[in-house]
Design a protein around this ligand. Structure first.
Ligand code: AMP
Length: 188
């Protein structure tokens, strides 16, 4: 399969080519068409398989049209490193679009993240604990949320984030697209 066959918006396909990618990886081939079609999805994939692009590309595709500056996609991931990596991917693949994202993680001050959330962003990438902090302080408005991604869901379980994730998911609109990526599929 080629990237052209995935029918991503031209601005996104251009950014993918500029990143030097020649063809989609298997997880991208398997996931992108269904995500573009608006389906919920469980993807079995480890880091290093191209999983980040498998969800960021179709999310950028979906959000490229429509009102900007309202939180429409939330990506939950277990660690600060992964959150920053996903933030970088969104910036690289979205460089020809005008969507804004914020990365929210612990270990740093609240203020710059709050400032960014208050100004309004289209996509938030977050670790669960810090996102709950911001929610508690009233800085996050989920009313326009359309897409939720649970990245490395098995690691979030292992790290004890299940209650935090449940609380966050409980605050989201029920009508949304939900995508889950995990290297393993434990029953929980
Ligand atoms: P990930 O599994 O998302 O951590 O991605 C692993 C690495 O693969 C990253 O450095 C990506 O830039 C790179 N990558 C993602 N998709 C492709 C692709 N289709 N072709 C070549 N490299 C890719």
């Amino acid at each position: 399969m080629t990237f052209t066959e995935l029918s991503l918006a031209p601005e996104i396909e251009r950014a993918v080519r500029e990143a030097g990618y020649e063809a989609p990886t298997p997880i991208q081939e398997g996931a992108i068409p269904g995500i573009i079609a608006g389906r919920d999805l469980i993807g079995c994939a480890q880091t290093g398989t191209g999983k980040t692009a498998a969800f960021t590309l179709p999310i950028l595709h979906r959000l490229r049209a429509g009102a900007r500056g309202r939180l429409r996609a939330l990506i939950l991931t277990p660690t600060r490193e992964l959150a920053l990596q996903i933030g970088e991917a969104l910036r690289a693949y979205g460089r020809h679009l005008r969507l804004d994202s914020a990365v929210v993680h612990g270990g740093v001050g609240h203020s710059p993240q709050e400032e960014k959330l208050r100004r309004g962003v289209d996509i938030v990438v977050a670790t669960p604990g810090r996102l709950l902090d911001h929610m508690g302080r009233g800085y996050v408005d989920f009313r326009s949320l359309e897409v939720l991604v649970l990245d490395e869901a098995d690691r979030m379980l292992d790290m004890g984030f299940i209650h935090d994730v449940r609380r966050i998911v409980g605050a989201l609109p029920a009508r949304r697209q939900t995508l889950m990526f995990s290297a393993t599929m434990p029953d929980e």
